[in-house]
Design a protein around this ligand. Structure first.
Ligand SMILES: [Zn+2]
Length: 82
């Protein structure tokens, strides 16, 4: 049993993955590119389960990426909600 190494392990890659999610949300029919290896045809699955944070699972055949990234929901961030 091997522990899967984290491919999306830097803030830069996480930002890239989030940008990919945003593009995917704009039109889910458009093919997106892997944030790790830039290969086309990366699969994104909405795994959302929290009110202020969404999880999107990336699957890439080319580099073996299979990882979920957290994306804050909403167009703008609010630090205080009252
Ligand atoms: Zn890839």
């Amino acid at each position: 049993m091997t522990y899967p190494s984290k491919l999306i392990g830097t803030p830069e890659l996480a930002a890239c993955a989030m940008a990919t999610v945003r593009k995917w949300q704009a039109d889910t029919r458009v093919e997106q590119f892997c944030p790790i290896c830039s290969a086309p045809g990366v699969k994104i699955v909405d795994k959302s389960s929290r009110p202020h944070m969404s999880w999107y699972e990336f699957t890439c055949q080319a580099c073996g990426l299979h990882e979920a990234v957290a994306v804050p929901t909403g167009a703008h961030t609010t630090d205080h909600d009252s």
